[in-house]
Design a protein around this ligand. Sequence first.
Ligand SMILES: [Cu+2]
Length: 146
Amino acid sequence: MSALLLAGLLLASGSALATQAEHVHASHAWIRLLPAGLPAGGYVTLRNDSAQAAQLSQASSPDYANVMLHRSRMVDGMSTMTRVEHIDIPAHGQATLAPGGYHLMLMKAIRPPKAGDKLKVILRFADGSSLPVDFLARPANAVGPG
Ligand SMILES: [Cu+2]
């Protein structure tokens, strides 16, 4: 087998084995800070450029003791939120984490963050791969990434 052919085979198998984290691209990542140590909401758009669905299964941050995946929804006219096990990112599609829907719930800040800070969140996918993302901290009255 020629060296060139071998290199081609290795490249082909490499792309087939690409992790979910390599296929998912994060944008518009921001955190809404709330006063008095209340949990902060983390929001981000996750775009999947793969032909395979990806699944966000966990998140953590060096700046918060605990990060959970949550979903807000209206039940009988009241906004409630529940913990979810995972958030699907369809093949060639995206998942939008935004106020009123899916979000990261960041609890117990290790140092009190302030607006303008960049906070690192590590997103972990169903295949075990992980993607570090910088989130911009915004004040309580913010409605978007600014
Ligand atoms: Cu929540």
